[in-house]
Design a protein around this ligand. Sequence first.
Ligand SMILES: Cc1cc2nc3c(=O)[nH]c(=O)nc-3n(C[C@H](O)[C@H](O)[C@H](O)COP(=O)(O)OP(=O)(O)OC[C@H]3O[C@@H](n4cnc5c(N)ncnc54)[C@H](O)[C@@H]3O)c2cc1C
Length: 413
Amino acid sequence: MPLISTKTKKNLVVGAGFSGAVMAERLASILGEDVLVIDKAKNLAGLAFDYKESGINIHKTGSHIFHTNHDFIWKYLNRFSKFDIYSHKAKAFVEGHFIDIPLNLNSLYQIFPASLAQKIESKLLKKYGYGAVVPLSDFKTNPFFFDCDLEFLAGYVFQNIFEGIYKKRRNSIFDSRQAFVKEKVSISLTKDDRFYKSKYQGLPAFGYTKLIENMLSHKNIRVLLDTNFKTVDVEGFDRVFYTGPIDEFFNFKYGMLNYKSAVFELEELDVEKYQNSGVTVYPNNYDFIKIHEFKHFKIPHSEALLTFQQKEAKTPWAQKTIISKEYQTDFMPGKNERLYPVLDEKNLKILSQYKAEAKKLNNVYFFGRLGDFKYYSMDCAIKRALELFDAVKFKAAIEFCKEQNPESVLNRV
Ligand SMILES: Cc1cc2nc3c(=O)[nH]c(=O)nc-3n(C[C@H](O)[C@H](O)[C@H](O)COP(=O)(O)OP(=O)(O)OC[C@H]3O[C@@H](n4cnc5c(N)ncnc54)[C@H](O)[C@@H]3O)c2cc1C
């Protein structure tokens, strides 16, 4: 029974990634409305799509680690799946050593001889105190503070870590010094070697695709995969929720928004483990930028639970690993995926024109990483969808009051 309408509204949700799934789930379970979810892909979950191979859960688009500081988002997601506890760690391969990134006090000892590391560490602690997060550009740009050891550290990180990554991300090397300052490349004065410091971190125990499937398992929701928005007649839908690319919706009339993309190459290897962390970044060596190894994401449960005999019997899990080499590329329509929006002046101007067009439409909502042309971590995409749902619910409540009471003061505003 619909909660705040006399007739059940019909909703079309375009995209079955996190953004679309959250919206569909809320419309169906809170408003009791009908929802058709379509996705042009053959699978659910958008960029978070994962699947099993040789018993290992593969993330198709690089590593996807869920992390959030928001209690309500963690609680919301845990209604649809159990989560495995996991703290993500990443390393960078620099001058033959694997060093913690983001940089922390351990990284100093992994990079430099102990005497130099100690000297830099004590200068940093004396000046900033334990626990501070210090942008390295401070050592180069602050005219009131000059210390040759700290300046050396900043220069080392710029040349041996940042510049290589920046170049591999297919950026113009001329901007690299400005980017080093703008991106606030920092060192954390702690021994905390986790990649994310969020309060909650983990991975859905049965994968993201299963989690999204659970979110969409509601009697009011119908899902059509392999279905492009362009082929759907929107007549008959009261609202359209669009999480595809906003420029595509308007047939690129103001031009195409630019993204960076990547290619992920899987390799199955006959070794128990290939590397010491879930992700290793290669700033200077080889032509790939990262290697992801998915087995790391499941260690506490799967490996700990293997009996000695299973390990001896060399189960597929123990015997094999799967890695994914990530190569950065430009976005080429029809050839690869839109991954990272390029937020330069040109694109932001184009975006503002599409946003102005979008405002003129009634009951068509744009959101998600492609609809907003914005990088969202998964929790931010979920938060954005939940907030949009609240606005839609509020609008529906006002319309309901007007319908129920034509004399209402609401009909005069
Ligand atoms: C390489 C990479 C790694 C990432 N790692 C992390 C991480 O570790 N942790 C984290 O929190 N976040 C991570 N993210 C971010 C995460 O992927 C996004 O937050 C999330 O995917 C956003 O979900 P979405 O639903 O907005 O978009 P998407 O997942 O892209 O979903 C959009 C859906 O719309 C569909 N669609 C598009 N056009 C049409 C059309 N015309 N018709 C029908 N369907 C259409 C697409 O097929 C897609 O399924 C990463 C992102 C990238 C690029």
